[in-house]
Ligand binder design. Structure first.
Ligand code: PGA
Length: 250
């Protein structure tokens, strides 16, 4: 049985008091979420310790949105995987398309980040997804396949077992345009098949989340697909009602 996951990626939103209120609201209502769904909150770095204090002891888990590609030392402005683990993080989002696009993260950087996250006991939520022009050119399988091979294929089976994959078509992120459930299922199945090429039956154990304008009105249909094991939620994770409703969509 694959773990069902609903993860909220707050991105660069909320001041600390707003974030604390949002986390508290979600923590107070955690009993409304089916017990087989792992809820994850990924607030900004500045909020991690505070949010950890709020959700500690509940079924929700803490995630960061990024980590450094270096272990420690003179890297002004960076936050290491070890630091994240010390705040109570269990997960870290890596390779989000906004990081790839605006901060020029490549597979080479992501290989270093993945290794450091795993070495520090964090479970990476590794994001892949094609841009609009790539989908329109019919290159989405090629692009997503390369993103998986260039990073995931460097992991041992033991390491892969700690990883969650998130498929987020860039054209669906924050645009209100969702992939249809058929489009999402097709590429999730492709990702699983790609994993199977190298890891065999372990591919059946890996949770693959959908992300991109996922909301209460479309989550049920997306989550009903065979290879979709939950969602990575941006905008809708900033409203406790919507986030909880998405988690109830199973
Ligand atoms: P969105 O973002 O739900 O606001 O489209 C998803 C994501 O980028 O993780």
């Amino acid at each position: 049985m694959r773990q069902k996951i609903v993860a909220g990626n707050w991105k660069m939103n909320t001041l600390i008091e707003e974030g604390a209120a949002l986390a508290k609201n979600i923590a107070d209502r955690i009993n409304e979420v089916p017990s087989d769904v792992q809820l994850i909150l990924a607030p900004p770095f500045t909020h991690l310790d505070r949010v950890n204090g709020i959700i500690k002891g509940t079924a929700a888990a803490l995630s960061a949105q990024n980590c450094a590609d270096k272990d420690k030392g003179a890297y002004t402005g960076e936050v290491s995987a070890a630091m994240l683990a010390s705040t109570g993080c269990k997960y870290v989002i890596l390779g989000h398309s906004e990081r790839r696009e605006y901060y020029h993260e490549t597979s080479a950087t992501l290989n270093d980040k993945m290794a450091l996250a795993l070495a520090n006991g964090l479970k990476p939520i590794f994001c892949v997804g094609e841009k609009l022009e790539e989908r329109e050119a019919g290159r989405h399988f090629e692009v997503v396949g390369a993103q998986i091979r260039e990073v995931i294929f460097n992991l041992s089976p033991e390491q892969l077992a700690q990883v969650v994959i998130a498929y987020e078509p860039v054209w669906a992120i924050g645009t209100g345009k969702t992939a249809t459930s058929a489009q999402a299922q097709e590429i999730h199945a492709f990702i699983r098949k790609t994993l199977a090429e190298k890891y065999g039956a372990l591919s059946e154990e890996i949770s693959i989340l959908y992300g991109g304008s996922c909301k209460p009105s479309n989550a049920r249909e997306l989550f009903a697909q065979k290879d979709i094991d939950g969602g990575l939620i941006g905008g809708a994770s900033l409203k406790a009602d919507d986030f909880i409703a998405i988690a109830q969509s199973y």
